[in-house]
Design a protein around this ligand. Structure first.
Ligand code: ATP
Ligand code: MG
Ligand code: FE
Length: 364
């Protein structure tokens, strides 16, 4: 099926178009530049930017794909999770398009969409989609680790249409959010991820011993008797520990060793994410692990996750970065999957749900 996907859950306005598993267009407009001076995404600004960017982004995507709205078989839109006002812009636009064209509308889950990009064929049709077997089925034993400004989750995916389970998540800050907050403490630019990634290259990751959140026996438990937070994350204690170190240097009138702190902070984040992802995988029969979200750009995360997955016989799938960050192609990819699997379209009465649980792949 020819499916148009709309994404507006955070600061990216994305429209993607797929034909089955073939990617035809992936147009993204980001309002990140407008949030820089505030050091974080401002919901009101993001919503307004979606309203301004939506029509041009849609037109660009249709032009790139070489298709018209009339030819589209279905429309898919992110219903949640995400920022309420931002989601509402995409949902309203999608409902209007569905009403005007009479096309079926699929209200879908942003997190499951992040995993669905693995269905898309790379470089046209000559490279098989990484999450599809030779028989055209979803690979068995699929899991995902999603790390972005708003998310840090480990998922198990039995079926993209109706069987997604949340194994672990952050109980406070998201990984990208921790990068952004620590970058501010170190007086580095926003967004903090790329700035810390860069600064860390010149530092010793063992210079400071920063805490590994929820990693002791009390939270982890054992295989036989797992702790409540065995696969969960916490980054706020780490952020506080970094703040204490910075304060101590400042109080002593000494130069803050930015590279050493950045490298040590990054090692703590990446160590916990990769260790827990691999643990969750080995204990839940996950043999293929997809990495998604903007933090997937992190060089150390990619390196350590690849190393640890290889050591445990887990196949690691890292989509191109343009498909890891928020985009419309992932929404279209999941929409096309739902259409192919015969899942019914959503009623036009659904609303955006900022807290949509990952188990709800689509909203009826
Ligand atoms: P959502 O949470 O809904 O997926 P988002 O817009 O918050 O959306 P992304 O755009 O996917 O998230 O990712 C942005 C985040 O990724 C920011 O927090 C940024 O600091 C982080 N990031 C980007 N590059 C890197 C990097 N090289 N290392 C670490 N973090 C990075
Ligand atoms: Mg973003
Ligand atoms: Fe996202």
């Amino acid at each position: 099926p020819l499916v148009l996907g709309i994404e507006t859950s955070c600061d990216e306005t994305g429209v993607g178009i797929v034909r089955g598993r073939t990617l035809l267009a992936n147009t993204v407009s980001s309002s990140m530049d407008e949030h820089v001076r505030f050091g974080g995404v401002i919901p009101e600004i993001a919503s307004r930017a979606h309203l301004e960017a939506f029509v041009p982004t849609l037109q660009q995507a249709l032009e790139t794909a070489g298709v018209t709205l009339e030819e589209v078989d279905a429309i898919a839109v992110t219903a949640g999770p995400g920022l309420a006002g931002a989601l509402m812009v995409g949902v309203s636009a999608a409902k209007a398009l569905a009403l005007a064209t009479g096309k079926p509308l699929y209200a879908i889950n942003h997190l499951v969409a992040h995993v669905s990009v693995g269905l898309l064929e790379r470089d046209g049709s000559d490279v098989a989609a990484e999450l599809i077997t030779d028989d055209g089925d979803l690979v068995p034993g699929l899991g995902a680790v999603l790390v972005s400004g708003g998310h840090t989750e480990i998922l198990r995916v039995g079926d993209l249409a109706d069987d997604v389970q949340l194994l672990g998540a952050t109980i406070d800050d998201a990984a990208g959010e921790a990068y952004d907050k620590v970058a501010r403490l170190l007086e580095l630019s926003y967004p903090g991820g790329p700035a810390i990634d860069h600064a860390a290259r010149g530092g010793d990751p063992a210079a400071f011993k920063f805490p590994r959140g929820l990693s002791n026996a009390k939270y982890m438990g054992t295989v036989e008797s797992p702790g409540k937070h065995r696969y969960d994350f916490s980054f706020s204690g780490l952020k506080t520990a970094v703040a204490r170190v910075v304060e101590a240097y400042e109080a002593a009138g000494e130069t803050v060793p930015v590279a050493e702190i950045a490298a040590s902070f990054q090692e703590s984040v990446v160590d916990v994410i990769t260790r827990k992802a691999v643990l969750a995988a080995t204990e839940n029969n996950i043999t293929t692990l997809l990495l998604g979200g903007g933090v997937a750009a992190n060089s150390r995360l990619r390196e350590l996750l690849a190393e640890r997955c290889a050591a445990h016989g887990i196949r690691l799938v890292v989509p191109p970065l343009s498909l890891c960050t928020d985009n419309g192609a992932m929404v279209a990819a999941l929409g096309a999957r739902l259409v192919s699997r015969g899942v019914g379209a959503s009623s036009l009465e659904f609303t955006a749900d900022p807290g949509l649980p990952v188990t709800a792949v689509s909203v009826p």
